[in-house]
Design a protein around this ligand. Structure first.
Ligand code: ADP
Ligand code: 2JD
Length: 323
């Protein structure tokens, strides 16, 4: 979804056998006025190194990527105390009505953020809306977590600062295994360079000062959790080399070139992405693989010039924010 607030879809009130689920779904569908909303840019990583740590605030990734104007909008709908039972006395094992583009969805970092902010008993539902492909390297899970943190804090006056909310979302994402560095990048916007891993107070960020049109094509998903649960030593060594190259020459062109090399060296390049990158190169453009997905991104009109029919967006200069 572009940075454009929209209402919820009134066609999504299918009966749900879970205790209280129908009431909560109704609250979501009719509750746009009562809801708090946040926009979080998509973020596509070009290269990264993985840095696990016992402390999830210290854990994360180094690397670089691009924040996209195409992003994720999250609405948090407070429970109506008169109609919806407090979940503290509920036996419902899956009490929050989380929807992704109108369909019931399981997004672990969203549930974890609600829990960390003690919002579970007070939340009727969370609506996550995006036009980005899910699971394909656009950081949708990180965006959903960060948007939920911002909107929950607003809805329930939790009194947390922005850095604290970014940290809550970062921890939720790291512990779910769905990402390492997207949340801090999405909080910043632009073309974030993650110099040190971790949440605010632990990590540190720089950026490539540039903007422009971005095209993308996704051929499907790559499981982030599966890649991160394997041995990441070789991948991380390649990511550290790419980071050093980019820090010596912090330009978009070097970001794309070092990302292409990373994808090859890390053994992550898939054939359809490799072919697209080559065709963009033949047409005089610059492209790279989006981590972690079967995704290719290109600068300017690189993919359309190579004969693809891409989605079009822009580099998003701002970070996540309330709507
Ligand atoms: N329809 C869906 N397709 C893919 N993932 C989904 C879907 N619904 C919910 N999810 C959840 O969204 C998250 C996607 O995370 P991840 O694989 O890191 O992708 P992304 O690159 O979009 O962040 C996972 O937690 C997954 O369980
Ligand atoms: C590449 C990834 C580890 C996962 O990204 P995604 O699949 O978009 O959740 C990212 O979080 C990063 O640290 O750079």
């Amino acid at each position: 979804m572009t940075d454009d607030p929209s209402g919820t879809d009134p066609s999504t009130t299918d009966a749900d056998p879970r205790v209280g689920a129908v009431d909560r779904a109704s609250a979501v569908d009719s509750g746009t006025d009562a809801s708090s909303r946040a926009f979080v840019p998509g973020h596509v990583t070009g290269f990264f190194s993985a840095h696990p740590d016992e402390n999830p605030r210290s854990a994360g990734s180094r690397g670089a990527g691009i924040a996209l104007a195409e992003g994720v909008e999250v609405s948090v709908v407070p429970a109506d105390g008169d109609e919806l039972p407090s979940r503290s006395g509920s036996t419902d094992p899956s009490p929050i009505d989380v929807r992704l583009n109108g369909e019931g969805a399981d997004i672990e970092p969203v549930e974890a953020v609600l829990s960390a902010l003690d919002a579970t008993p007070r939340t009727a539902g969370v609506e996550v809306e995006t036009d980005l492909p899910v699971g394909a390297g656009f950081g949708v899970s990180g965006a959903a977590a960060l948007g939920t943190a911002l909107a929950v804090n607003d809805a329930f006056a939790c009194g947390r600062s922005e850095n604290e909310l970014v940290a809550v979302a970062h921890v939720a994402e790291v512990e779910a295994g769905t990402g390492l560095g997207d949340v801090v990048a999405q909080a910043r916007g632009g073309i974030p360079i993650r110099i040190e891993p971790g949440a605010p107070g632990y990590g540190s960020l720089d950026g490539v000062p540039a903007t422009g049109r971005i095209e993308y094509v996704s051929f499907g998903e790559l499981s982030t959790a599966a890649v991160l649960s394997e041995d990441t030593a070789g991948l991380s060594a390649a990511g550290e080399r790419a980071l050093s190259t980019l820090r010596d020459d912090p330009t978009l062109s070097t970001l794309l070139a070092s990302s292409r090399r990373f994808a090859r060296e890390a053994g992550l390049l898939v054939p359809e992405v490799a072919e697209a990158i080559d065709l963009v190169d033949d047409a005089g453009g610059e492209a790279a693989m989006g981590m972690l997905g079967r995704t290719v991104i290109a600068l300017g009109d690189g993919l359309s010039a190579a004969g693809y029919d891409p989605d079009v967006t822009r580099i998003h200069q701002a970070g996540a924010r309330l709507l």
